[in-house]
Write a protein that binds this ligand. Structure first.
Ligand SMILES: Nc1ncnc2c1ncn2[C@@H]1O[C@H](COP(=O)(O)OP(=O)(O)O)[C@@H](O)[C@H]1O
Ligand SMILES: O=C(CO)[C@@H](O)[C@H](O)COP(=O)(O)O
Length: 503
């Protein structure tokens, strides 16, 4: 009899479920897309039921189409889009659509937290209370939808809600809990001080668990719904970036992760919680017990490309559009794109900044615009790399994951802009792989993540920087670096036109 684990990667654009065997081979994969609702600029919501249905459809397809036998699935674990607020009432019913990580309606709440707790907040949570994180979202509901807040008895993050629906148990793992900015990171528990200061009942905070801990077995009701067996063990899982790091083999401080999903992330493994980026970078508990990671997030990475395609290139395939950028050159013939189209998190924590194309010329072609978008996203990543450089972090290898790592051209652009070796994975599914690895370690298939990674993580092609292009990109990045400052006032002046349409 074969033995499998399922890694559920609950992303922003889709859920992808991978079935892996003990040799670390992906034997089958299914995915299901779901919509993102953006009713106003700055808003971003999803229906938690869509996550449950999408995950279930993908699992049913693994069983029916790929002939994975339910009794052969030993464990399931998760990689979840982070920070999204799911509010449940006393009957554990969802009270409103989930408010997602890329929703930035909460600037007022961010400032309220800063005014009330100041530096103490960063000391406790190791993060700033940025718009995207869960706590400001809770305060927004409290202030703007008091009737819903009055009914709220607990909150969960996206993958925790799916796990709850599979097992009937409420829980949150540490790696995702840091992203709520309600956790006292050093103490490893919910912060009484923050809850008290902001009048959040501690009773709303769910029980904490490790990523490799079991939340129990698939419940009778979910087994009936999905076809899974009630013998399958369901594990905690982790934040998608923690899972991505595990699935990409980032298990030591000399390697860095670059992830292009809907968001973009540059991430580094941290051995202890003593390092201090003063909240400029996010600092999170890892899915690996007793370790951490730091990261900088570009809110619109893959999202920028999706937006560009939807708006200007509907007639070609995604691959065709991306590869057309090869017809332009380094610096896109003098065109620069800044990817701030839904605001930004790092290095500029500014929810109201917006993107721009700088240097548009009458000779520019669509291929230049595509190239500028690809480059602008990576320039934003380079800004994060520069922060690591400033902290004297030495690393030589960047492992690239996410949907963006499907493009060889974009991987080469990464190598040239970072001026570092970029390595892809054989399968670009870092987070899904990481999720499966958490189940594999949780089940005891392996004693450590390192042992598991030796079996599961397979590096693919390497992309080396071209010295000439790297030098040229250095200069363009310098110009790119001036765009934020030069456009921030203009962006803020345009805010009223984005939000109100009645001026
Ligand atoms: N062929 C491709 N080449 C480059 N980028 C791609 C390609 N296909 C998809 N992408 C990018 O990958 C992103 C989705 O990546 P994924 O890791 O699946 O995201 P998420 O986890 O946020 O759902 C899309 O936003 C898109 O811009
Ligand atoms: O907000 C963050 C990290 O802090 C995002 O990285 C989300 O976790 C969503 O990720 P993707 O859907 O882009 O993978």
């Amino acid at each position: 009899m074969s033995e499998y684990v399922l890694g559920v990667d609950l992303g922003t654009s889709a859920v992808k479920v991978s079935a892996m065997n003990k040799d670390g081979e992906i034997v089958a994969q299914q995915s299901f897309d779901y919509p993102l609702s953006q009713p106003h600029p700055g808003y971003s919501e999803q229906n938690p039921e869509d996550w449950v249905s999408g995950t279930t459809v993908a699992i049913v397809r693994l069983i029916l189409d790929d002939q994975i036998k339910p009794e052969e699935i030993e464990g399931i674990s998760f990689s979840g889009q982070m920070h999204g607020l799911v509010l449940l009432d006393e009957n554990r019913q969802v009270l409103r659509p989930a408010i997602l990580w890329n929703d930035t309606r909460t600037t007022k709440q961010r400032h309220e937290i800063e005014a009330q707790l100041g530096d103490k907040f960063v000391e406790i949570t190791k993060n700033q209370p940025l718009e995207g994180f869960t706590l400001p979202k809770m305060l927004w509901v409290k202030e703007n939808e008091p009737e819903i807040w009055a009914q709220a008895k607990t909150f969960l993050l996206p993958k925790d809600y799916v796990r709850y629906r599979m097992t009937g148990k409420l829980a949150m793992d540490y790696s995702d809990a840091t992203g709520t900015v309600l956790l006292d990171v050093k103490a490893g528990q919910w912060s009484q001080e923050i809850c008290d200061a902001l009048d959040i009942p501690m009773s709303m905070c769910p029980p904490l668990m490790k990523s490799i801990d079991s939340a129990g077995k698939v419940s009778q009701s979910y087994a009936l719904f999905s076809g899974l067996s009630t013998d399958t063990e369901v594990f905690g899982g982790g934040a998608d970036n923690a899972a991505g790091a595990v699935g990409a083999g980032i298990l030591s401080p000399n390697m860095v992760l670059s992830s292009i999903g809907t968001s973009g992330v540059v991430l580094k493994y941290e051995e202890n919680a003593d390092v201090d980026y003063h909240g400029v970078l996010q600092f999170e508990d890892h899915a690996i017990p007793d370790s951490y990671y730091s990261m900088g997030v570009t809110l619109a990475a893959g999202y920028s490309l999706n937006w560009f395609k939807k708006t200007f290139a509907q007639d070609v395939s995604f691959d065709e559009m991306v590869e057309s950028a090869a017809n332009s050159g380094v610096g896109a013939n003098g065109l620069i794109y800044t990817p701030y189209i839904v605001g930004e998190r790092a290095p500029y924590a500014d929810a109201d900044i917006r993107g721009s194309f700088i240097g548009v010329d009458g000779t520019h072609k669509k291929t230049d615009f595509v190239r500028a978008v690809l480059e602008g996203i990576i320039f934003s990543f380079k800004d994060i790399m520069d922060i690591y450089d400033a902290h004297h972090n030495d690393f030589d290898t960047v492992v690239a994951i996410g949907g963006g790592a499907k493009s060889p051209l974009w991987l080469q652009i990464q190598a040239d802009i970072f001026n570092k070796k970029v390595v892809s994975l054989e399968n670009e599914q870092g987070p899904g792989m990481g999720a499966a690895m958490m189940a594999a370690v949780g089940l005891g298939w392996f004693d450590t993540f390192q042992e598991c990674a030796d079996k599961f993580v397979h590096f693919g092609k390497e992309y080396l920087p071209d010295p000439k292009r790297a030098q040229q990109y250095d200069k363009v990045h310098e110009i790119y670096g001036k765009v934020y400052k030069s456009t921030s006032e203009l962006s803020h002046e345009l805010l009223a036109y984005r939000r109100d349409n009645d001026i």
